[in-house]
Design a protein around this ligand. Structure first.
Ligand code: UD2
Length: 312
């Protein structure tokens, strides 16, 4: 675990910065590349172990030089246009960031024969689209319906099959509904738990789309970090994709009830029609990850409690 050199693209974002915190604790030397389009500089710990470059991963010259100079042990590819709505508004730019830039990184690793120990790519449950099969298994039918989902799926395949073809140790993960500290509630398409948290904090109203009976696999950020470390450090697993969730599903109504009890507050709820393209139910089959020793540790109660304490 000591003194690995680690690249985290998107390291100033929600998931990336929480990962960086953990890597600092692990004693690693970390380089963050983030254009701050969604991420925040303040998300990063003030540590001599962290070097930050405010830069887009689409800059080939920069990425190539960085990879060659630094010779990373571990690479986490987390930089992305993270909003589905954003990808629908800007499909071509999304593609350049979410797919092309990542393939270029793989290409540099291949061409320069750089000795990386593991490359991990962050994909999404969005790849399952409207496939009604539950729970979603990694080999369930995929149905990517937006530029976001299409790029996530294509890049995931690239990362895995590039790995196979050119002998690069790669893995991919499909995140379900991740929540927790440092999640950015800025856009109306931000994660629903960041929006609820924001509403509680400012005593503002919260809009429920539909009747609130829709369910999601809400996974607390620290469980996600556990999964990311498990799949990289000292783990021989390669060329596979893993769902990252809890394997449980909870309705929005239940979440609201739990949150209200937790913080002794009554939400000002507004009801609006179901959002177009919304899926009704989603949760992960996580047996693949469980077989590697993964153990989700946070319930919705304990996760929300920590989240709430982090923003107060
Ligand atoms: C998540 C991902 C999305 C994509 C998708 C794949 C996030 C933020 N989004 O979308 O990128 O991967 O999964 O299936 O992780 N809702 C409200 N009020 C609000 C906001 C949301 O009622 O103010 C509802 C929303 O209509 C949906 C549920 O809450 O039914 C969850 O919404 P979300 O945007 O957090 O996540 P999701 O699963 O739709």
């Amino acid at each position: 675990y000591r003194l690995s050199k680690v690249l985290v693209t998107g390291g100033a974002g929600f998931i990336g910065s929480n990962l960086v915190d953990q890597l600092v604790e692990d004693g690693d030397q970390i380089v963050v590349v983030d254009d701050l389009s969604m991420g925040l500089k303040e998300n990063l710990p003030d540590s001599p172990q962290v070097t930050f470059y405010q830069h887009s991963i689409t800059d080939h010259g920069f990425m190539r030089q960085l990879l060659i100079d630094a010779r990373f042990d571990y690479i986490y590819l987390l930089a992305a246009v993270a909003s589905v709505a954003d990808s629908v508004a800007r499909p071509y730019q999304t593609h350049q960031i979410n797919q092309e830039a990542n393939i270029y990184i793989l290409e540099v690793l291949r061409k320069q024969q750089l000795p990386v120990k593991k490359v991990l790519f962050a994909s999404s449950a969005a790849v399952y689209g409207n496939n009604p099969e539950l729970p979603k298994r990694e080999d369930s039918t995929i149905d990517p319906l937006t530029p976001y989902a299409i790029d996530k799926f294509a890049t995931e395949r690239f990362v895995i099959d590039y790995g196979r073809l050119y002998n690069l140790p790669t893995v991919a993960v499909r995140f379900f509904n991740v929540y927790g500290p440092k999640q950015n509630p800025k856009s109306p398409y931000s994660g629903v738990l960041s929006l609820i948290t924001q509403a509680a904090r400012h005593h503002s109203s919260f809009t429920i789309f539909g009747d609130g009976s829709q369910t999601r696999d809400f996974v607390y950020i620290q469980d996600v970090i556990q999964a990311l470390r498990l799949l990289t450090k000292n783990n021989p697993v390669i060329h596979q994709v893993f769902n990252v969730g809890t394997g449980k599903h909870i309705s929005l109504n239940h979440v609201i009830k739990v949150y209200e009890q937790l913080i002794d507050y009554q939400f000002k709820l507004i009801s609006k029609p179901e959002r177009t393209g919304d899926i009704k139910h989603s949760y992960a089959n996580i047996s693949r990850l469980l077989s590697l020793g993964y153990k989700p540790r946070y319930t919705i109660e304990s996760g929300l409690k920590l989240y709430w304490e982090s923003i107060k």
